[in-house]
Design a protein around this ligand. Structure first.
Ligand SMILES: [Zn+2]
Length: 380
C-alpha cells in the first residue's frame, strides 16, 4: 500500500522487464535501419565429416544496424548462425588498426573463411577464419570503440522461428567525449553513493522478509568505508532509514532529490545500489545499468559489473543501457547496480549476510578503481 510500495513495485517491474528482455534482444523494440543479411559462403556438402562431431559449424553470418530509441543508441549487430552451443571472448587490438577480435571456441567456419563488407558507421569489415577447432572473427572498427561498447552473448535455437543457435556481437556507437578528465587512483575522488529506497519506501521485500532498503544502506556503508580508506571523499544520498525528498513523495521528486545530492557535491561518479526482484522465484544474478550520456557511463558499468561478479561469484547477468532516472539525469558517469535477487530465497539470505555485503562492496570498489585506471590510461 502507499506510494512508497507502488514506487518500489514500479522500480522492480522496470528492472524485471528489462532483465527478461535482455537475453532475447532480438525481440526488443529495436528498429532496424538497414536489414541486409549477407550470407557467408557456404561450402559444397561434404560427404565425410571434416571435423570431429563435437566441433560446431558457423553456417552463416549476417549484420544489421539497430536503433534502441529508449536509450538513444545505434548499434551494429553481427549474428552468427551456429550448429550448436559455442563460447566466445573478445579483445580490442589496436595495432596496426583498431579491431575487435572475437575468439569463438569449438566452432569452425562451415563454408571456409569468409568476409563481410559493413557500412562503415561503426565497423568497415569483418573477416572469419578457422584456427584448428576454433574460429576468429576480426571486425575492423571505424571509431573510438572500447570494450565496454561491445556485448557478446548467445541465443538458444528457436524452432518456432526456424532459428538455430546464434552467437551475437553488438557494438554500440561510442558516446561523445564530454570533456571529463580522470586521474588514476581513488585519492580525492568525489563519489556519491545512493542506497536505493528508504524511509516510507521499503523497496522489494524477500520471501524471508528482508527489505531492500536495509541491504542497500548496509552495502553503501561498506563501499563508503572502503573508498574512504583509499582517500576518496564519499557522500551518501541518505545515511539512515529515510526518504531523501520526504515521506511518500512522488517518484520523480524522490529520485531528483538523489540526483541533486550528486550535483551539489560535484561528484566524479554516482553509484545507486539496489537489489533486484522478479515474479520468478528462481531468477538470480548480478546486473548493472547505465545511461549513455558521457563517454564513460558504459565503462563504469562494465568495470563495476566485472568487479561484483568476480567478488560475489553470482550469475553474471551483464550490464545494460537503461532509462533509469538517477543514471540519466546525473551529469557525471553513473550506474545503478542490482546486487542480487532479493526475491530468490538463496540470494535473499546472501544479501542479508554481513560478509556477503562486504564482499559485494569490495567488488564495487575494485570496479571503481579499475575505472579510474582505464580512463586515465585512455588519456595517454
Ligand atoms: Zn530497487
Amino acid at each position: 500500500m502507499g506510494v512508497g510500495i507502488l514506487r518500489a513495485l514500479i522500480c522492480c517491474l522496470v528492472c524485471f522487464s528489462l532483465l527478461m528482455a535482455a537475453p532475447f534482444c532480438e525481440a526488443r523494440k529495436a528498429k532496424p535501419v538497414h536489414n541486409t543479411p549477407r550470407k557467408a559462403e557456404v561450402a559444397a556438402p561434404v560427404t565425410e565429416p571434416a571435423v570431429p562431431a563435437a566441433v560446431q559449424q558457423i553456417t552463416q553470418i549476417r549484420w544489421l544496424m539497430q536503433k534502441n530509441t529508449e536509450v538513444k543508441d545505434t548499434f551494429l549487430r553481427l549474428v552468427l548462425d551456429v550448429t550448436g552451443p559455442v563460447e566466445a571472448d573478445a579483445v580490442i587490438v589496436n595495432t596496426p588498426a583498431p579491431f575487435l577480435a572475437v575468439q569463438i571456441k569449438g566452432a569452425v567456419p562451415g563454408g571456409g573463411d569468409s568476409s563481410l563488407q559493413l557500412d562503415g558507421q561503426i565497423a568497415g569489415a569483418a573477416h572469419l577464419t578457422g584456427e584448428g577447432n576454433n574460429s576468429r572473427l576480426m571486425i575492423a572498427l571505424e571509431t573510438g570503440t572500447v570494450l565496454s561498447d561491445c556485448r557478446i552473448f548467445t541465443l538458444p535455437p528457436d524452432s518456432a522461428a526456424h532459428k538455430p543457435f546464434r552467437l551475437i556481437v553488438d557494438i554500440s556507437t561510442p558516446a561523445p567525449d564530454p570533456g571529463f578528465r580522470f586521474t588514476p587512483g581513488l585519492k580525492d575522488k568525489i563519489i556519491v553513493l545512493d542506497p536505493g529506497h528508504g524511509g516510507s519506501d521499503a523497496g522489494a521485500v524477500g520471501p524471508g522478509g528482508t527489505r531492500e532498503k536495509t541491504v542497500t544502506l548496509a552495502v553503501a556503508g561498506d563501499v563508503k568505508a572502503l573508498l574512504e580508506k583509499a582517500g576518496a571523499k564519499v557522500y551518501l544520498t541518505r545515511t539512515g532509514d529515510d526518504d531523501v525528498f520526504g515521506p511518500l513523495a512522488a517518484a520523480r521528486e524522490e529520485l531528483q532529490a538523489r540526483v541533486d545530492v550528486a550535483q551539489r557535491y560535484n561528484a566524479d561518479l554516482f553509484i545507486s545500489i539496489h537489489a533486484n526482484a522478479a515474479a520468478n522465484p528462481l531468477a538470480r544474478g548480478t546486473a548493472t545499468y547505465y545511461y549513455k550520456k558521457t563517454a564513460y557511463d558504459a565503462l563504469l558499468a562494465y568495470e563495476i559489473q566485472k568487479g561484483m561478479v568476480r567478488a560475489g561469484a553470482l550469475k553474471d547477468k551483464s550490464f545494460f543501457p537503461a532509462n533509469f532516472y538517477v543514471v540519466k539525469y546525473t551529469s557525471m558517469p553513473a550506474v545503478l547496480v542490482e546486487l542480487a535477487f532479493i526475491s530468490n530465497a538463496g540470494e535473499e539470505r546472501l544479501l542479508g549476510d554481513v560478509k556477503f555485503q562486504e564482499t559485494m562492496a569490495r567488488g564495487i570498489v575494485e570496479g571503481v578503481d579499475r575505472f579510474f585506471m582505464q580512463t586515465s590510461a585512455q588519456e595517454d
